[in-house]
Every structure is written in C-alpha cells, then in structure tokens.
Design a protein around this ligand. Structure first.
Ligand code: SF4
Length: 228
C-alpha cells in the first residue's frame, strides 16, 4: 500500500512566476494566506491522531519564511513527533539551507523538475528561472542523503515524446526515492487556463510505466497526498 503524506500547504506567497501556477507572484487577483507555526502543528496533530506519520510541508517560495523560521518549524515538529518522517517541498535553495534543514531533522525533500527538456522548461516558466539549477539542487539533495522526490506531469502544454524522454533520462540519472505522477491542471488566472487537462486514466498509465522503470522508487499519485 502506498504511503499517504499528510500535507500542509503553509503559504500561498511565492517569489516565482511559473506560468502554469495560480500562486505565481504575478497573479494579483489571488487572495493569499500564510499559516502560523501553531496552525501548522495543529494540522499535523490531527494527521498524527489519524494514524499518519509521513508529513509534507509544502508552500510557495515565500521570502517571509527564511531559513531560521523553517528550521524552527522543523525542530518543533520533530520535538512533538519524533517518530515522523518529515519532508519539505519549498523550492530551490542553496546547499547551506539544505544543510540547516537536514540538521534540524528534515528527512526528505520533494522538488519537481517540471521538464528536463531545457526548451520545454523555458516555455513553462518565465525568464530567469533555470531548469538546470533545479536539476542540480536535486542531485545535491540526493548526495546529502535526503529522501528525494521529483515527478512527472502528464499533459503539460507543449509536452512531446521528446520532452517525456528527457524526463525519463533525467530520472534514470537522479534515481529519486519518490516519483509523483500527476496530471497537468489548468489553473484560473494563468496563461494556460484554457489548455486541456489529461484524464486520470492517462496518469495511471504513466504511473504504471514508472513503477516498471523505477522499481526501487515509491511512485505516488495526487491521491497519496492528503491535504490537512
Ligand atoms: S515556485 Fe511553486 S508555488 Fe511558486 S509559482 Fe512556481 S510552482 Fe507555483
């Protein structure tokens, strides 16, 4: 049975402007929210009471949550739930930040490479975001001993057999411990809001292929992440 991740999305603020994402800094219409440490802990307490012990803290790249604040949150979580596995999904950082998070008790890190094909990555992101840096971050995290997750998005705009092949080659190199297979979801207020979304059958098909290609990885679907 796949592990279920109790997921706390703790900030809607983001300094990036990924073209597909409703949390893009350029989406002025979005009403944004941040959780306090107390609120984060309260949600995890409910998850733990419900028998969950894999926690994922996810959010936009919010400059308000500097490394000190993230370290403090990690330490509090680990103090209250020492047996939990704690994963972060808070974007690209420098190695010094990863080291502090690991020392504080974080066990894993999920970072979606989005597309391993550089031209495709550029079509999905605004100028200035470097797909290569994201890939390097994943290798650094892996070398540091984090349990590392990345993903495959099925149905991206401009996705092609070539871009999918690049994704698979990258994942073969990285050997992530977790692969999240998810559908592209057109989000309101983004440039791709009118693009079609793939059916879940196509997503499950890719997940089955990923399980065969990466037998050592945990292949997860969106349903394996329970929002708290
Ligand atoms: S970094 Fe994440 S939250 Fe921020 S715009 Fe990109 S996908 Fe959205």
């Amino acid at each position: 049975m796949a592990i279920k991740f109790a997921t706390v999305w703790f900030t809607d603020y983001c300094s990036n402007d990924c073209r597909y994402c409703v949390y893009s800094r350029d989406n002025w219409d979005l009403k944004r929210n941040r959780l306090t440490k107390k609120e984060i802990l309260s949600r995890l307490r409910s998850a733990f009471k419900g028998g969950m012990d894999h926690f994922l803290l996810a959010g936009g790249m919010d400059l308000y949550f500097d490394d000190d604040k993230i370290v403090d949150i990690i330490q509090e979580i680990k103090k209250e739930f020492p047996s939990c596995r704690l994963y972060l999904s808070i974007g690209e950082k420098y190695i010094q930040s990863y080291e502090r998070f690991q020392k504080a008790g974080a066990d894993g890190y999920i970072l979606y490479h989005r597309s391993a094909d550089p031209a495709h990555f550029e079509m999905l992101h605004s100028m200035g975001l470097a797909g290569e840096f994201r890939k390097q971050c994943l290798f650094v995290l892996k070398d540091m001993g984090f349990e590392v997750g990345s993903g495959i998005t099925v149905g991206w705009p401009y996705q092609s057999p070539k871009t999918l092949a690049a994704d698979l080659t990258f994942l073969e190199d990285l050997k992530p411990d977790i692969i999240v297979v998810e559908p592209f979801r057109p989000q309101k207020g983004t440039v791709f809001e009118n693009e079609p979304a793939p059916g879940m059958e196509a997503v499950k098909e890719v997940a089955k292929r990923a399980e065969k290609l990466f037998p050592k990885a945990k292949v997860l679907l969106p349903k394996d992440f329970i929002m708290m």
